[in-house]
Each structure stands twice: as C-alpha cells, then as structure tokens.
Design a protein around this ligand. Structure first.
Ligand code: FA5
Length: 371
C-alpha cells in the first residue's frame, strides 16, 4: 500500500479520483471489446459518458479538490474522456467494416430474382379461337354471339329440325328445367347443341348482306374418347343476293390455307343437315401426311388413318325454310353456312391426339403450350 500519511486530504482525494478514472478506463476497454453492434456501443456510451454515466459522475467530485488539483484532474479527465470517445468511434468503424465484409461475402441467389412472378398463358383452344376470328375478320366477317341456354325454337324449329328429328332426342340434348321443375322438351329451353342458332338470331336481327362467324361453346350428351359433352364450334354465315356454293368453297379454301399455312386441298362430300340444301361435309387434305402425297399415302398416319383426308365440319346452302322462318325472302336471297369444331382445329394445330385432355386442366399438358 502506498504511504499516503503525509499527503493533504485534498491530495488523497485527487489521487483517489485519478485512480477511479483509470479503473473506469480499464473497465471501459474490456467492455468495448465485447460490444458487437451499434446498440452495444450506445449502451456503453450511456453507461460511461452519459449524464449519469460512471465517468461523468467522477467529474462532479472535482469540487472537493484544490484549484491546482482541479486543473490537473480536469486535464486527466478530458484526456480519458477523449480516449473513451475515440475508443467508441474506432470500435464503431471496426464493426462497420466487419458488417460490410460480411455483406460482400454473402452469396446472393440472383436466379431467384430472375424467375419473376409466374404468369399463366392462354389456353390452346382460346388461341385457336382467336386465330379463327383473326382469319375470318380479315376476310370481312363480323363476330356474332348467342346465349348458351337457347330456346328450342332457335336451336331446332327455325333451323328446320322438326319435332321427331333424332337430333332432338333426349340422348343428344341437355334440356333445361324451368322454375316449376318441369324438364324435357316441355320447357322449350336447351343448352344449345350447336352454334347454328346464332344464324337465326342474326337473320332475325339484320337484313343482308350478312357476313358473320359465331364461335362459341356448345353442349351435347356425348361422352367418349373423341367426343366431349362440352365443346366448341364456329359457325359461318354469308347471305346476300347471288351468293353461290363457289363462294363457300373459295372462302373455306382460303381459310384452310391461312390456318395451316399451306395450300391444302379441300373436298366436299354430300351430306344431310336439315337447315341446308344442298348440304355437304367438308374435309381437308391431311396436314400430317401430305408430304407423302407423291410417294403414296402412309397407312400408318394416326390422324387420317391413311385416308389422306381429315373431316372438318358441315356446310351447305341455307335452306329456303330457314330463310322463311327468319323473315327473309328465299326468292331474293341465297346464302351459305358452315360449322366445325374449334377443338378439332386445335388438335390439328398443336398435334394433340386426344380431345379430352384440353378440358382436364392438367398443367403438365397446358404448360407445353407456353405462348
Ligand atoms: C353441326 O353441328 C352443324 N350445326 C354444322 C353445320 C353448320 C352444318 C352450318 C351445315 C351448316 P355436326 O353435328 O356434324 O354439325 O358438328 C360439327 C362438328 O362439331 C363436328 O365435325 C365435330 O368436329 C364437332 N363435334 C360434334 N360433336 C362433338 C363432341 N361431342 N365433341 C367434340 N366435337 C364435336
């Protein structure tokens, strides 16, 4: 122990204060080492240098020192306070540098950013539908529409599909129940079985010249590998004075060329639809095996089964009875109509072998058609 017996009380107090200052400095230095973030540094600053901090409190005891001692202690106090402040500053810079280095060393997975939000795409049938509108639009056809729940009058009667015709059979048609719970033919309401009632709606609503297409959803009691109870058709109708079957063939020929991007052959086969006379089914040359044309057809073509032709739909000249039922004079006007399956066209366009897969909502299938 130092012998302080000769020292004046003031001298003892001065050295005691100085010793306490040194102690505070030492304890501060060790605390500083263990401060690892800004919050820790702030805590130290308050504990040592704040208004009630341990170092600041020592300064308040200066009053009991002699003027000379005060001066000396003041200098010592300022030096130590400076050292504490510099220590805090240096540690802060050190921690900043460590944080910066850690940030630089961090591996950023940029691919996560590049993936971006997942967006859906248009269904292949929607795209086919739009392409059909585009092609016929360029040929001067307007797009017409009609309701899914249709009157039997428009869906059948005015199209010359008279009571007793097999197409009116309950096996083919979904009849809609009315509010009283009555079903079947009694209600006069059906889910439209084809897009042809849009012909009726258009002819009742406007005078020729009429040039429309009517793409839309239709419903039938059909359910097997190649038929679905809900599918899509497109109707075409051209009515004016002097319209002939040659216009029909030219229009379909032009359409097929645009759609398949090739001048494919087209053929008509006589057929019966009650609302046209004459009526014909039309086929297009098989888009998949036409390259074998000269070499002889490939019997193994799974699409046309080696026949070389693909059936597209029905067509014909509008029946005079239909004109009459729609208020148009059959002596003055002639016209043609056609109707075919949009889904069938989508199958041909995208090389999809099964119809049902379009409607199953399986993303593994749909994602194969991304744009
Ligand atoms: C009709 O529906 C006539 N309205 C077409 C028509 C219009 C003829 C104008 C004359 C004048 P059809 O029942 O053949 O015709 O059907 C036309 C096409 O719809 C068929 O060639 C086929 O591609 C498609 N189709 C018919 N039933 C189904 C079904 N259940 N699932 C998928 N496609 C079908």
């Amino acid at each position: 122990m130092p012998d302080n017996s000769n020292e004046s009380p003031a001298t003892g107090a001065a050295s005691q204060l100085a010793a306490q200052l040194d102690e505070q400095l030492a304890s501060f230095k060790s605390d500083l080492e263990s401060a690892t973030d800004e919050a820790g540094l702030y805590d130290l600053q308050v504990r040592y240098l704040g208004k009630k901090g341990s170092v600041s409190l020592l300064r308040r005891q200066m009053g009991k020192l002699s003027p000379d001692e005060k001066k000396l202690f003041g200098q010592r106090f300022n030096a130590i306070k400076g050292e504490l402040e510099a220590g805090l500053e240096a540690r802060r810079a050190e921690l900043d540098a460590i944080a910066r280095e850690a940030e630089l060393a961090r591996r950023v997975d940029l691919s996560a950013v590049l993936r971006g939000p997942e967006v859906g795409t248009l269904h292949p049938i929607t795209r086919t539908w739009r392409r059909l509108e585009e092609i016929f639009g360029a040929l001067g056809f307007d797009v017409a529409d009609g309701p899914h729940v249709e009157s039997a009058d428009y869906n059948f009667d005015r199209l010359n599909i008279l009571p007793g015709h097999p197409a009116r059979d309950m096996q083919d048609t979904f009849f809609v129940r009315d509010r009283e719970g009555r079903g079947g033919e009694e209600t006069g309401l059906v889910l439209r079985t084809h897009t042809s009632p849009v012909q009726v709606r258009t002819m009742l609503g406007q005078k020729p010249p009429i040039r429309i297409i009517a793409p839309g959803t239709v419903f039938r009691r059909d359910d097997d590998a190649t038929h679905s109870p809900m599918f899509h058709q497109i109707e075409g109708l051209y009515v004016d004075e002097g319209v002939t079957m040659a216009d029909l063939k030219a229009t379909l020929y032009r359409f097929v060329g645009e759609f398949f991007g090739d001048a494919l052959a087209l053929r008509f086969r006589p057929s019966y639809f009650p609302f046209v006379e004459p009526g014909a089914e039309f086929d297009v040359e098989c888009v998949f095996c036409k390259k074998d044309r000269d070499a002889g057809r490939s019997a193994s073509c799974s699409v046309c089964k080696g026949s070389g032709w693909i059936e597209l739909g029905g067509s014909g000249m509008v029946h005079p009875a239909v004109f009459e039922a729609c208020g148009l004079d059959p002596e003055r006007y002639t016209g043609w109509a056609f109707g075919f399956g949009i889904d069938r066209m989508a199958m041909l366009r995208y090389g999809v072998p099964h119809l049902r897969i379009f409607f199953e909502g399986d993303l593994r299938f749909l994602e194969q058609y991304p744009c």
